[in-house]
Design a protein. Structure first.
Lengths: 471, 477
């Protein structure tokens, strides 16, 4: 067995062990913990980057390492690193729990990494639970006035229910095909895809990831968790966790290939409702994170649009958009956590005067928000366009129309953010000073958002190669 | 040409906010370079040869058939020239801006990059990309530097235009996917055969999508409000150039790619256009705010463009494109002179201005010249444009053509009344102490007037230019 195949996971396992030891210490050393976490996660990005082009099978073929999984592992490693970049000030998490914060973040990353490589139903389930349980603990870790507990409970319950749905679906698939290996299931599914058992099995199996992606009707946790969780934890949930969910939806949707109308109509409805509901409710939100939660529900609809085509073009779009979403959503969250230095929940109105307080953050905010809204030239626009193109190619004219109209609705609340930050000024608020690494991070994110939005060719070719390994 | 505002933008990003003079200088130079390039292209374009010239083409995204494909032909050369003139004069007009200068010019340059891009692109992906780049900065430009209910106007404008984009995307993608060619290249798509259903649906999506920006009645309601709220140079650019993006796009994408769809919907276009002309004239006359007057007159002038397009004849299209150019220059002059007056007096009320020509003879003269042009007086560029459109319109749609002419004649009568009330009544003593336009600030306005008169006296230059593309264009249909 080649160690490098399992390299990223092993590395993060080691990192988790380090922090496990740190949690046992009597004295807390906040600064040291942070530096070690940041350094290790930076090395982790390098390790995953090094393993990008590995491919092979592990553990009796339950675990496949290919370009698809490695791209998402790289995205996850990057997501963890970025989240740790903005964790230099964990005001909302008690000092004695900060080592746990790093520990659980690492374990959830391992869980998701295993998730994107799993090609066997039970492995998928175990990996999903590993990543979920860590997040269940991370959410209520915040020092708060009860809202964190509410968020934690909601997250746990809805997560548990969707896991239940998923197990039920997996049992159907297993019962109908007699195997838990996707490779064995795939040929048998072609006979089953138009029978109720096949459709319900696959749909319910996807439910676990609908939950993670906050697709309607599994979205109820999102607003409360986004608002109730610590900013950094929410950032991780909103970026890396979504990418992993998209990856698994893509993997599972392959099972329903060739199913035609019966299967996709369900996804079309979920997609349309998610987009519309998320955007309409986001309009009235006053809390920044809550608004972003609803915007994430709307984006879940866009992802589904790419998934439900089950074509190469759709998969390319979804992979590209998942990576893009990670970057652009992170950009917005970075601005949020840099403005809310004491880790409080930020009202949209509290962004006032940002253009004066920190022009750099303002630039990042404009780019991030416009990218989320799908305004060119940004990765958000290109990604959305790719997904729309593939959906149109597969004949979903009305869904694209609904998506495009939603693009207008969402602009309203995104512009309200720009309006608050760029137009209204509050002379009482002090200038925000940024440390050098954060400044560099700002420039890097801006370059990625514009650069890969305008010249997406490299990423698309990579996504194409990855999509080929699935279909 | 695309590069020079973009380079200007990058340079501006690096400058400090305190170096106001440098910031202005850089933007004026950048826009001056693009104007010079536009003139160069316009003059050196070989009309005899016709077709696409100055082509640049790079494969961009192979998997989805996206190419970076820009070029110049007789249709867009006048538009490029127009953009060059308006942006250059616009930058000069805003020389006095003090509030957040750097950011203003950055957004302005982004907008102009988009406009140039739209006019030159022959790939639908880039066409739409630039289209959006041209539209979005408007929100911030109006919001921060505007006046009169700017928050409302900015939001209304942006949402209207983005709703238009919401129709354009499905339209474009429908063409892309139903052609089965896996390309966004317009010239290749032109050869594809679309089914009648696709033709009709896609055309109406594109027509209304782009029509929002062209202020086609009844989708125009954002435009007067937006023009009133926008700062001077943005009004100039917006009414002068951006609205042309909409009508140009209808011509370039919708009519070019979907001739059958056009045939099917031509009557609807004609009805909406005529309604716009008549409505714009009459509503405009009831206004007392000078900018609203211009805003509504723009609606009616864009109606003329649309009517010209709807005829689908050589003269009609020729007139429509010429009218886009003439109207662009004219509105820029309108807004530029009103902006100057407003900056001094802080009013645009017709009655309050009273006999303004006695206080600021030069500024008033600029406005009056523009008003004459708007009324279609011979010797001005718009005279020829309107003449061409009406000749074509009366042939194809007699009733609509006559209605439109009648409305315009009435409009001219009333326009003179507006001029009389605001410039030749008794002067308002409040404003006596204001100085007239200084020679430096008069330069941009003079350029605009010169362009207007030049093409008014030598319309053949423009007409033959446009014709060199219109004829093959119509044959292609």
């Amino acid at each position: 067995m080649d160690m490098m195949l399992f390299g990223p996971e092993l590395f993060y396992l080691g990192m988790a062990l380090v922090f496990f030891c740190f949690t046992l210490r009597r004295q807390v050393q906040v600064k040291l913990d942070y530096q070690i976490a940041l350094a290790l996660s930076a090395i982790g990005v390098l390790v995953t980057g090094y393993c990008l082009f590995q491919h092979g099978d592990l553990f009796f073929k339950a675990y496949r390492v290919d370009l698809f999984s490695q791209i998402f592992k790289f995205a996850l490693a990057l997501g963890l690193f970025l989240v740790l970049m903005i964790s230099h000030n964990l005001a909302q998490i008690e000092e004695r729990y900060q080592a746990e914060f790093y520990f659980f973040l690492t374990t959830t990353t391992i869980g998701m990494m295993m998730l994107v490589s799993s090609v066997e139903l039970l492995t998928i389930y175990v990996a999903l639970e590993l990543s979920s349980y860590s997040l269940y603990i991370l959410v209520p870790l915040r020092r708060g006035d009860g809202i964190d507990v509410e968020a934690g409970i909601k997250y746990l319950f809805i997560g548990a229910v969707s896991s239940g749905f998923m197990l039920f679906g997996l049992s159907y698939i297993f019962g109908a095909t007699g195997s838990t290996y996707l490779v064995d299931i795939l040929p048998k599914m072609s006979l089953l895809v138009n029978s109720p058992i096949g459709i319900i099995g696959v749909l319910l199996a996807m439910a676990g990831f609908f939950f993670k992606l906050s697709v309607f009707p599994f979205h109820f946790w999102a607003p409360d968790v986004y608002q109730g969780g610590a900013n950094q934890v929410v950032t991780f949930i909103a970026t890396a966790s979504k990418a992993a969910a998209v990856a698994l939806l893509l993997r599972l949707a392959v099972l329903a290939q060739g199913s035609g109308y019966n299967f996709t109509i369900a996804l079309v409805i979920l997609s349309a409702v998610s987009m519309t509901l998320g955007n309409l409710v986001a309009i009235v939100q006053k809390d920044f994170k809550r608004m972003l939660a609803y915007s994430s529900i709307a984006h879940a609809g866009v992802f589904l649009m790419g998934v439900l085509t089950i074509t190469e073009a759709g998969y390319i779009g979804a992979i590209y958009y998942a990576l893009a979403y990670l970057v652009m959503n992170f950009t917005v969250f970075m601005v949020l956590s840099e403005v809310a230095t004491d880790g409080r929940d930020l009202k949209i109105a509290e962004l006032a005067g940002l253009y004066r307080r920190s022009p750099l953050l303002m630039m990042s905010l404009i780019l991030g928000i416009f990218a989320l809204a799908g305004v060119p030239p940004s990765i958000g626009f290109t990604g959305k366009l790719l997904i729309f193109t593939s959906a149109m190619n597969s004949g979903y004219f009305w869904l694209v129309l609904i998506g495009a109209v939603n693009g207008t609705i969402c602009l309203y609340y995104y512009l309200k953010v720009i309006y608050a930050a760029y137009f209204i000024d509050d002379p009482g608020l002090p200038v925000i000073t940024l440390s050098l690494p954060i400044k560099l991070l700002n420039y890097a994110l801006a370059a990625i958002i514009i650069g890969f939005g305008f010249c997406p060719d490299r990423i698309i070719e990579l996504a194409k190669a990855a999509a080929k390994t699935l279909l | 040409m695309l590069l020079s505002p973009f380079v200007g933008l990058l340079v501006l990003l690096c400058l400090k906010n305190e170096q106001k003079f440098l910031i202005r200088a850089v933007s004026v130079v950048a826009s001056g370079v693009s104007l010079a390039l536009a003139i160069f292209v316009f003059v050196t374009y070989d009309k005899g040869l016709g077709g696409l010239q100055f082509v640049e083409k790079y494969e961009w995204v192979k998997t989805f058939g996206i190419t970076y494909f820009v070029g110049v032909e007789g249709l867009n050369a006048p538009m490029l020239l127009l953009t060059g003139i308006v942006i250059f004069t616009g930058c000069l007009t805003m020389w006095e801006l003090e509030n957040r200068t750097k950011e203003y010019f950055i957004w302005m340059m982004a907008l102009v990059t988009g406009v140039f891009g739209v006019f030159m692109s022959y790939d639908m992906f880039f066409f739409f990309l630039f289209y959006e780049i041209a539209v979005v900065p408007m929100y911030i430009l109006i919001l921060v530097w505007g006046s009169t209910r700017k928050e409302y106007a900015a939001m209304k404008l942006t949402l209207f235009l983005m709703a238009g984009s919401g129709l354009i995307i499905p339209g474009i993608l429908l063409l892309y996917s139903s052609s089965g060619l896996n390309t966004f290249n317009m010239l290749l798509l032109h050869q594809a055969h679309f089914s009648p259903w696709v033709q009709k649906v896609a055309f109406i999506l594109l027509f209304f999508g782009f029509g929002v920006l062209a202020a086609v009645w009844p989708l125009h309601t954002w435009s007067p409000v937006g023009h009133v709220a926008a700062p001077t140079a943005v009004s100039m650019l917006h009414a002068g150039v951006l609205m042309k993006l909409g009508s140009f796009a209808i011509l370039r994408v919708a009519m070019f790619l979907l001739p059958e769809g056009f045939q099917y919907w031509a009557n609807l276009m004609m009805i909406l256009a005529t309604a716009g002309i008549v409505y714009g004239v009459f509503v405009g006359l009831a206004q007392t705010d000078l900018k609203y007057v211009i805003g509504y007159s723009s609606v009616s002038h864009m109606g003329i463009v649309c009517l010209g397009l709807a005829t689908g004849t050589i003269d009609g299209l020729n007139g429509a494109v010429f009218q886009m150019f003439a109207h662009g220059i004219m509105t820029a002059l309108f807004f530029s002179s009103v902006g100057y007056i407003y900056d001094r007096t802080h009013t645009r009320d017709i009655h309050e201005l009273g006999g303004f020509s006695k206080i600021m003879p030069i500024a008033s003269a600029f406005f009056i010249t523009a008003a004459l042009c708007g009324a279609g007086v011979p010797g001005m560029a718009s005279f020829w444009a309107e003449l061409l459109v009406f000749v074509a319109a009366v042939k194809v749609f007699p009733i609509a053509g006559i209605l439109a002419i009648a409305a315009l004649v009435l409009g001219a009568l009333f326009a003179l009344r507006v001029v009389q009330n605001s410039f030749f009544n008794t002067p308002n003593p409040k404003f006596v102490h204001f100085e007239d336009v200084s020679p430096f600030l008069a330069i941009p306005r003079m350029i605009l007037i010169a362009a207007m008169l030049f093409f008014g006296f030598f319309p053949q230059i423009m007409v033959s230019m446009i014709k060199s593309s219109i004829v093959p264009f119509l044959q292609g249909m």
